[in-house]
Ligand binder design. Structure first.
Ligand code: DGI
Ligand code: FE
Ligand code: FE
Ligand code: FE
Length: 187
């Protein structure tokens, strides 16, 4: 499927503000892909599809997690996390995506994980800093692109974990392992 067909199909599945977020992620991901030498086309497909399952039925997502043998721990955590791995499944089965790096970028865009590829990092940070995002501190995160993709990714995962902790929310282990991965490198 070509990218304009993908965009049309995604548009039909999402409310207008969520579709605008997808377009924001697309623009930011392309910019970061150019800057950090990641194939633009992979960044485009991952960005277009990253939230494809955001409005999927909860019961259905639960059944996909079980039938596809995804991490069962997901079911013990907030259902908001499910659209990322289920989105990778939809990208594969409904959109014909078979590039494993693109699928991983969709799969881990909400939690992050240890040992992310550059494409995974780009989608994670683009999701967080795209132009429609307005939270306190987002401009500082945007500026970190000048200091490199790892600096930007580390700051973004740290911000996400701090936000969850401040709201007394549980943090999914992949997010903690992602944080640990970056901080450990520096000893
Ligand atoms: O889908 P988006 O809104 O564009 O963004 P997202 O996929 O990064 O995150 C969706 C939500 O998931 C967001 O409100 C924060 C939440 N979230 C991310 N990581 C964790 C989490 N919630 C819990 N409980 N634990 C996590 O580790
Ligand atoms: Fe998402
Ligand atoms: Fe995110
Ligand atoms: Fe998103």
């Amino acid at each position: 499927m070509d990218q304009s067909a993908m965009l049309q199909k995604v548009k039909k599945r999402l409310p207008e503000n969520r579709y605008n977020h997808v377009l924001g992620v697309l623009g930011t991901a392309v910019e970061l892909a150019k800057r950090f030498n990641v194939p633009e086309e992979k960044a485009q497909v991952a960005a277009i599809l990253h939230d494809v399952a955001k409005f999927s039925d909860r019961q259905w997502m639960q059944s996909v997690i079980i039938s596809q043998k995804m991490d069962p721990l997901l079911l013990d955590y907030h259902a908001e996390l499910w659209h990322a791995p289920v989105g990778a499944y939809v990208a594969s089965y409904e959109f014909g995506v078979n590039d494993e790096d693109v699928l991983n970028a969709i799969r881990y865009h909400t939690t992050g994980r240890a040992g992310m590829s550059d494409l995974e990092k780009i989608i994670y940070v683009a999701d967080m800093v795209e132009p429609n995002r307005k939270f306190t501190g987002v401009d500082e995160l945007r500026q970190l692109k000048e200091q490199g993709l790892d600096v930007m990714m580390e700051a973004c995962i740290k911000h996400s974990i701090e936000f969850l902790v401040s709201k007394n929310q549980p943090v999914f282990p992949d997010s903690l392992k992602c944080y640990e991965y970056f901080t450990k490198q520096k000893g």
